[in-house]
Unconditional design. Structure first.
Length: 79
């Protein structure tokens, strides 16, 4: 299961990727859906699934370092 940690906005968070759509389930912060922006796989745009007016943009900068990647979430669910 694809977990991630954001120290500024901590939550039990997961992401899924299907074709050009990235869905981020960010716990109490909501679910965000982003799509590739203009065919550039390093740029994404989208917003809060429940309120698309809450838009976001994302740009790939680098891979996570080993100490930044979280492999286990500590929550009791199947992976």
């Amino acid at each position: 299961f694809n977990h991630f940690t954001c120290h500024e906005y901590p939550a039990h968070s997961h992401w899924t990727l299907a074709n050009d759509e990235l869905t981020i389930s960010w716990g109490q912060f909501g679910t965000y859906v982003l799509r590739v922006d203009g065919g550039d796989p390093a740029k994404w745009v989208g917003g809060l699934k429940e309120n698309p007016a809450e838009w976001r943009k994302m740009t790939y900068l680098r891979d996570l370092a080993a100490n930044e990647a979280e492999q286990a979430c500590g929550h009791d669910h199947n992976h």
